[in-house]
Write a protein that binds this ligand. Structure first.
Ligand code: NAG
Length: 248
């Protein structure tokens, strides 16, 4: 047995490297062709029902307008309920046939269940779930005086999971799509942003796993934007601070 281990230890690394070199280029070619196909035959979302979390500002707000321009029906969710009215109005003007707003905290299981139910009760179906709601946190571990950073995982990771859990049966029925807004920071370490990058890394790895779990019925798109100018990034940049602080 020892001998087998020794031989494998010597042989396996070069064999896997050679296999990787053979198959990785093929994989990239396949991905590239698929990418071109998706650009030529982009989905017609006119009349489809799209639920977007964190829709009151930043990336979520802009995504809402892009869907609206293409004629999708929208369910806009945000914890800042008072700010959803203006987004609803603009989305309607841009061409969305019907828009509803739901005030909710994605990190609460019962809230996530409620907004998915509101979408299906109103529209009778759900085609896309855009998991966008997220918060940032900045600060060093040594200065952490409370458990405030837990909230980053609650919103960015668990909030995304809860929404997906309740939406999945409806998305399976409609052969719909899940879109998650992660971050390039999910791949790279960043000082003082450890909790944030950890939450995004968790999201990326969870949804890569879910992709193989649910097969081809529901499409999963993991979006990894770089630095985007939004309220969250402005707040994070402004507050060069000692205590961990939450920026929404
Ligand atoms: C998109 O779908 C809608 C509703 O099903 C349909 O009325 C419209 O003609 C389609 N548009 C295109 C470009 O296929």
């Amino acid at each position: 047995m020892d001998l087998v281990h020794k031989v494998l230890n010597i042989l396996l690394p070069p064999i896997s490297t050679i296999l990787l070199l053979c198959f990785f280029p093929l994989y990239l070619v396949f991905k590239f062709l698929y990418y071109i196909k998706r650009h030529i035959f982009s989905e017609n979302v006119s009349g489809k029902v799209v639920l977007i979390t964190g829709a009151a500002s930043g990336i979520g707000e802009q995504i809402s307008y892009e869907y609206a321009k293409r004629g999708a029906c929208l369910v806009l969710v945000d914890i800042k309920e008072d700010r959803l009215g203006a987004v609803v109005e603009k989305a309607r003007n841009l061409g969305s046939p019907d828009v509803i707003a739901v005030g909710a905290d994605v990190s609460k299981v019962e809230d996530s269940e409620r907004f998915v139910r509101a979408a299906v009760d109103h529209f009778g179906r759900l085609d896309h779930l855009v998991n966008n709601a997220g918060i940032g946190v900045s600060g060093q571990l040594k200065d952490m005086k409370n458990l405030l950073p837990r909230r980053v995982m609650d919103v960015n990771f668990w909030g995304t999971i809860y929404s997906t859990h309740f939406a999945l049966p409806h998305l399976t029925k409609s052969k719909g799509k899940i879109i998650v807004i992660a971050s390039t920071l999910g791949w790279y370490p960043a000082p003082k942003l450890g909790f944030y990058v950890a939450s995004k890394a968790a999201v990326i790895n969870f949804y890569e796993s879910l992709r193989s779990e649910i097969g081809g019925d529901v499409g999963i798109t993991i979006v990894t934007p770089g630095l985007i100018k939004s309220e969250m990034s402005d707040n994070l940049a402004k507050k060069v601070i000692d205590n961990p602080i939450i920026c929404a």
